[in-house]
Design a binder for this molecule. Structure first.
Ligand SMILES: Nc1ncnc2c1ncn2[C@@H]1O[C@H](COP(=O)(O)OP(=O)(O)OP(=O)(O)O)[C@@H](O)[C@H]1O
Length: 253
């Protein structure tokens, strides 16, 4: 369980999150939605412990995230930001293997190798495993980074726009892999994902958090938040959700 208590955050001395209070469930997939500049990335960076709040705090299972040592935090949460440094010489397998570092600290064992192999298979990277990351397409690189976050095997996974470079097939496969991670009966994880694709949020999220101007607009189970009136007000444009052949789609109203 993540508890966000009266959280205020500044970036470059400008307030970007205002007095946010919210509890996120420990399991399931939570979609973070809202217009450009709403503060979604700032919230994710704060949840990851990478931006210190001006006021308020974030607790993970009762512990203040910002008081944890980085090594301890790396066993509790995995974070994938929008802009990742490119480590060009690494192969895909080596990069995914970096996700295991907090577990083995430089001495990988069979469990680490198995976790990497599982992540490579889950994200369709088997055939690319020995390729340098620098030789990959943007979408292949994005899947490599998501696989690395998966291999980290943390109870909480934070992903900022993980679908942005993916074609429809891989966007769907990655979302289904994230759902499987969130509902893995052996080790369910809390997966929090910033999504611009509202159709994906409507189809796959268990919970939805809607933000605008650095404030919370709505939060709750998907069906409570993904409603025509909430979405239209959130994005300042007419939107309607409709069911087409069993899937939710978002249309202009
Ligand atoms: N590195 C930064 N330094 C200073 N201010 C920033 C920085 N990044 C974002 N901001 C500001 O913080 C506010 C929230 O931005 P943020 O990136 O968190 O929003 P977002 O909802 O993730 O937007 P988007 O959907 O466009 O990615 C904006 O006003 C933005 O200008």
């Amino acid at each position: 369980m993540i508890e966000i208590e009266t959280l205020s955050v500044e970036r470059d001395h400008a307030p970007v999150l205002h007095d946010l209070s919210l509890a996120l469930p420990a399991g399931g997939l939570t979609a973070l939605i809202g217009p450009n500049g709403a503060g979604k990335s700032s919230l994710l960076l704060t949840l990851a412990g990478l931006i210190a709040p001006r006021a308020g705090r974030v607790r993970l299972d009762g512990e203040d995230i910002h008081a944890m040592r980085p090594q301890a935090r790396a066993l509790r949460l995995a974070f994938l930001g929008q802009e990742q440094a490119q480590v060009s010489r690494l192969t895909v397998r080596e990069m995914v293997g970096f996700g295991r570092w907090p577990h083995h600290r430089g001495r990988p064992g069979p469990a680490d190798r198995a976790a990497v192999a599982g992540a490579l298979a889950l994200f369709g990277l088997g055939e690319l495993a020995e390729r340098p990351v620098s030789s990959l397409s943007g979408g292949q690189r994005q899947r490599t980074q998501i696989a690395m976050a998966h291999a980290q095997a943390t109870p909480l996974v934070l992903l900022d726009e993980p679908l942005s470079a993916l074609d429809p097939r891989y966007a769907r496969e990655v979302m289904e892999a994230l759902v499987a991670m969130a509902h893995d009966p052996a080790a369910p994880r809390g997966v929090v994902v910033v999504l611009h694709d509202l159709g994906m949020a409507a189809r796959y999220a268990d919970h939805v958090v809607a933000m605008k101007h650095g404030r919370l607009v709505a939060a709750g189970p998907r069906r409570e938040v993904m409603r025509d009136a909430v979405l239209s007000a959130l994005f300042d444009t007419g939107l309607k959700l409709r069911e087409v052949e069993g899937a939710q789609v978002v249309l202009p109203a």
